[in-house]
Design a binder for this molecule. Structure first.
Ligand code: IMP
Length: 206
């Protein structure tokens, strides 16, 4: 498999993700630039799986720049809901016209998940996992995929103020605090993203 070196494109327009991924890759001597900084368009995430979406983003950035590109796709999968919201995790937070100004409301999204679980009764299985897929695409068409996972259970009501997204309702397996009650260093040690990165690093730089 091809090896990452030199300059690579991080297929994101999100400054936070660029910073986080740039820091994770810093020890390996890579120069990271974002697809946003290169003015590359953001492809529509039309895939039905995390792998499809991560590959689609990595391929678009590599083809647009002529450089190797790294993309990620992630989300929350609730077992009793057949894996939903899954690839639609961010969409479930999107406000409708009657719910207020356009934008994302994570409390509404967490409430939606909880409401669907409540309909299944008090004994419902509350297990879930966060998934993260990292995809690398090289300009010659070669690509690689690394899948990470963090297993846990959903709690209600939400707890904690750190993190983002669904962190306040996610209790990782073996812990009693939610992701939002873990400081970022601690969360990054046990997260789905850390799991996927460990696999990428072992394969690319091990
Ligand atoms: P994407 O990977 O940018 O498509 O985002 C997927 C969505 O999954 C995010 O907007 C978050 O809401 C959710 N998500 C992914 N990782 C995490 C996490 O570590 N904590 C909380 N929510 C997450």
């Amino acid at each position: 498999m091809a090896q990452l070196s030199g300059t690579i494109v991080i297929a994101t327009h999100n400054a936070g993700k660029l910073k986080e991924i740039g820091a994770l890759l810093a020890p390996y001597g890579l120069n990271c630039i974002s697809a946003g900084a290169l003015g590359l368009p953001e492809p529509a995430e039309t895939g039905k799986t995390f792998v499809e979406n991560a590959l689609l983003k990595a391929r678009a950035a590599s083809e647009g720049s002529g450089l190797p590109a790294l993309a990620d796709d992630s989300g929350l999968c609730v077992e009793a809901l057949g894996g939903r919201p899954g690839v639609y995790t961010a969409d479930w937070a999107e406000r409708q016209w009657f719910e207020g100004p356009p934008g994302r409301d994570w409390y509404m999204a967490m409430g939606k998940v909880e409401g669907m679980l409540a309909e299944l009764g008090p004994e419902v299985d509350r297990s879930c996992h966060f998934a993260c897929v990292l995809a690398i695409a090289w300009p010659d068409g070669d690509c690689a995929v690394f899948e990470g996972r963090a297993n846990g259970t959903l709690t209600w009501p939400p707890r904690g103020t750190m993190g983002f997204g669904y962190d306040p309702v996610f209790v990782p397996l073996g812990y009693s605090r939610t992701f939002a009650e873990h400081d970022p260093e601690e969360k990054h040690g046990i997260s789905h993203r850390a799991d996927a990165f460990a696999k990428l690093v072992a394969e690319q730089f091990g």
